[in-house]
Design a binder for this molecule. Sequence first.
Ligand SMILES: Cc1ncc(C[n+]2csc(CCOP(=O)(O)OP(=O)(O)O)c2C)c(N)n1
Length: 383
Amino acid sequence: MGSIFKKYSLEDLGFNVEEALGLYRVIDEDGNVVGEEPKVSGEKLLEMYVFMVRARILDDWILKLQRIGKVAIHAPNKGQEAVAVGAASALDKGDWLFPSYRELGAYLVRGLSEEEILDRAIADADDPLKGAEFAIYGNREYNVVPAPVPVGSHIPLAVGAAMAAKIMGHKTVVMAIFGDGATSRGDFHSGLNFAGVFKAPAVFVIQNNQYAISLHVTRQTAAKTLALKGAAYGVPGVRVDGNDVLAVFSVASKAVEKARNGGGPTLIEALTYRVGPHTTADDPGRYRSQEEAKAFEKLDPIDRYRKYLINRGLLSDSEDKRIWGEWGLKIEDIVKKCYNKPPLPAEVIFYNVYSKPTWNLIEQMGELRESLKLLEELGLEVE
Ligand SMILES: Cc1ncc(C[n+]2csc(CCOP(=O)(O)OP(=O)(O)O)c2C)c(N)n1
């Protein structure tokens, strides 16, 4: 037996500090190639662009619907589409995604439709989750677990799912996406610890948009990068430009492949910026300057990727206009359809509490019905 009193070198750690401190890029702000392009078809490259466009249009609509009172709350995605689309595009159909609440692009990549997402956001009669919780969504059909409201609480759950897949001998990879704020939660640390020890086939994607509501990431942690945090758990960390969809996709694809082949977990920090408010209940003007937001807006991931696709001859200006126009109209039609769907009946609050409603719930449901009837008789019905 060797001595336990041993000094380690960086090589012993199996951790590439340069990757955790660096900023992996494939294209720069002007769409020029500055790194290794992923070896995928032009069709796949264009598909990722369309997913980003769809996410942007949908996000914009949900925001408008919230402003007119049709949606209760929304966490805007603008400027962060490359992280969601790039990361989710690295997964196979049978893999699992544990997203957070700012990943519309990832939902679309997994196959969820705009209509399902809007039914959920509006909580209309077709809402699959019957108005439960925040307007966030998951779907077993697409292996997407609903995002939790308690920040970061899905991280250990994702690790558990990854460990289960490994124990059962499945080739499934589990990806969890979460914000910079989640890295301060115990869930992040216990999740990474388990993943490191058990070599769970998990990929962690930190969507570092630099703010946890009003708290800047430099007040969240004194660590220079978030990717570095993996070192303590034996989980390699890589820092990427989160506004470069090709960088996110490349690094995530490598991490997914490694996890699938028994190489264990990876922690990816995707550096981006939240251009809009935290949610529709937030006013970012109270804690950051407009100049800051404007400067980051110029680094828009969609503009940058468009330039790259045009440079590569995979997209023309007219084709680009057609994509925006066609999806703009399609999504507008879906918005109109969902807008006009009847609301959920008020008694859904009693659904899904117990598999068989208890006597007191049945009694309360009766009371609610009577109150609603009375309001109707008085001409005071609530929507
Ligand atoms: C455990 C917990 N604490 C506090 C909150 C309130 N809260 C909601 S979102 C949020 C900030 C999360 O920031 P981050 O993880 O960086 O994600 P982002 O919203 O920036 O995408 C906070 C503090 C919560 N939902 N859960």
